[in-house]
Design a protein around this ligand. Sequence first.
Ligand SMILES: Nc1nc2c(c(=O)[nH]1)N[C@H]1C(S)=C(S)[C@@H](COP(=O)(O)O)O[C@H]1N2
Ligand SMILES: [Mo]
Length: 252
Amino acid sequence: MIVSRRRLIGTLATGAGGLLLSGCEKINATPAVRATLRSAEGLTMRAQRIVADRSALAREYGAADLSPIFRANGTRQPAGAAYEAHRLAGFADWRLTINGLVARPLSLGLGQLRAMPQRTQTTRHDCVEGWSAIGQWTGVPLKLLLDAAGLRSSARYLVFHCADLYGGVPYYESIDLIDALHPQTILAWALNGQLLPVGNGAPLRLRVERQLGYKHAKYVERIEAVATLAGHGRGKGGYWEDSHDYAWYAGI
Ligand SMILES: Nc1nc2c(c(=O)[nH]1)N[C@H]1C(S)=C(S)[C@@H](COP(=O)(O)O)O[C@H]1N2
Ligand SMILES: [Mo]
């Protein structure tokens, strides 16, 4: 992904530079012009991030690239009797709820989720704490679930409610509809061909491959379509955003 995005940015930046520079090589030397060019290039890159980058695919890897172990980070096992009961029962009666601003609220068991079309992707996970791992994920494209639920036109974000408390408060995350409908955004129930381990978010976790690790909500129990992030947690859109001022949009 990184290589292809650099190439894309390079192409666009050269294109813009070429346009601005044609016939103007001499004035290009003055500091004022250089500053203008820099800001024009910045504009071009920001614009291309908005229009092209959001739908670009994250790089996918091959089986040879898989990390020997995919580490578990943050919550490794949600506390509480309800989660423990589900875990002991192999999540047989566990259900995912999709509600909020949808025409048809859904409650789906794992069997139903697995009966839907699946996507498998091998991607690199990047945690802000300074580690990365490549893993193969299998799950349901989130778009299919949203199509089934029927998003209302007032819906702008999805809030992912998780089964765990972290630092004593419920872990949650949110994404906008561009990421929600991205083809690599899936609700994964398998890692490296095995059922998702508890440490990595069993029975279901979000993979939102164009974003940093903390956006990939584990232990997802409920997905709520909302018009605003106000009123959830402290209103900044996620556990880390609320508690440590992490960026809500954590694109990579
Ligand atoms: N529910 C929940 N989701 C979470 C976390 C968490 O503690 N609880 N940690 C986040 C962080 S910071 C990272 S890097 C990834 C770690 O995923 P992993 O445990 O599969 O490595 O999950 C993210 N999602
Ligand atoms: Mo992370």
